[in-house]
Design a protein around this ligand. Structure first.
Ligand code: DGY
Length: 323
């Protein structure tokens, strides 16, 4: 039997690329430069399986390409707001993602941001590297205690639950959340969590607010000028989900005016281009979308795509089928 033709949009961990080479007639992206829309369209006309990642906009226009050879899109990543699932379905494609394997690492980054922004450790390191440190003193770089505070979750899915586990059992934090699809009572009990009726309620009572909802049209600017103003002036906003859930202008103003105390951000509206105003804010901790960036996790994500592709090739329904 001839091997499936597979095109991969970005460089993947070497171990997973080696398996791709063994199993498929694969075109890797050795330069790791993002594909243009035209290149993606050409790929869809030239391969049986296309393996994009979360930064490749596989939208209706890209999917309208003719002739279409691709039958399978295996996304390297859990988020899929960059893929038009309706258009993919209409074209008879199977689309999969990579849930679960990145939950722990993304939760770790959320906690990293929470602790870093609360305890001002980035500021401390900058101070030290600038050779400005004159020694310990009782009022130097005073920050915010984390233990025992209230952590509000916007969305209470897998990653939020992993953050809640760390925050509640590790730091004695009280967990409150809002989610139109709440978790089971057992999960709620595990974290002694309180379900709120509205986003505003979570924002009003939380010392830390962590965003855990998918991106896309439905959650675009869910956090905006009006509701960020409901947060405590001592509170912090953490975003490891998608940048466009938070209105950049509203957040930057809130950080500048002291409407809130700080923000820890791993994702940005319009990334990878960064609104330069963030760079001037001492009370913002900024990371370049590192949630899943551990070697173990990125290998597991690649292997998850491979499992989905193998199931598809065998005529089965892949475990992570979205459409
Ligand atoms: C995802 O998978 O959606 C993350 O944003 C990147 O790991």
């Amino acid at each position: 039997m001839s091997k499936l033709k597979v095109i991969v949009s970005r460089a993947w961990p070497a171990e997973v690329e080696a398996t791709l080479k063994e199993r498929y007639d694969v075109q890797l992206n050795e330069t790791d430069v993002a594909m243009t829309r035209e290149e993606m369209k050409n790929a869809l006309g030239a391969c049986d399986a296309f393996l994009p990642t979360v930064t490749d906009p596989v939208d209706a226009e890209v999917l309208s390409t003719e002739p279409l050879r691709t039958k399978f899109i295996g996304n390297f990543g859990v988020g899929f707001n960059h893929i038009d699932l309706d258009a993919a379905k209409a074209r008879g494609l199977t689309v999969t993602n990579t849930p679960e394997v990145l939950t722990d690492c993304t939760a770790d980054i959320a906690m990293t941001l929470l602790l870093t922004v609360a305890r001002r450790t980035s500021e401390g390191e900058r101070h030290l590297r600038a050779k400005a440190w004159t020694g310990w003193r009782p009022t130097h770089l005073l920050a915010t205690k984390v233990t025992g505070k209230t952590l509000g979750m916007i969305g209470m899915g897998r990653i939020a639950q992993a953050v809640a586990k760390r925050a509640h059992h590790g730091f004695g934090m009280n967990i409150v959340f809002v989610d139109p699809y709440p978790p089971s009572d057992d999960v709620i009990k595990e974290f002694d969590a309180t379900q709120c009726e509205s986003i505003n309620e979570v924002l009003e009572i939380s010392d830390f607010v962590s965003v855990h909802c998918p991106g896309g049209k439905e959650t675009y600017h869910l956090l905006n000028n009006e509701n960020i103003a409901k947060m405590k002036s001592s509170a912090f906003l953490i975003n490891t989900a998608r940048g466009d859930v938070v209105d950049n202008d509203a957040l930057i103003e809130a950080l500048k005016n002291g409407t809130i105390s700080g923000a820890g951000l791993d994702v940005f509206e319009g990334e990878p281009s960064l609104d330069e105003r963030f760079l001037e804010l001492e009370n913002a901790v900024l990371l370049p979308h590192l949630g899943s960036a551990s070697t173990e996790t990125r290998i597991a994500m690649g292997n998850r795509v491979l499992d989905n592709l193998a199931a598809f090739e065998a005529g089965q329904s892949p475990k992570d089928k979205l459409v």
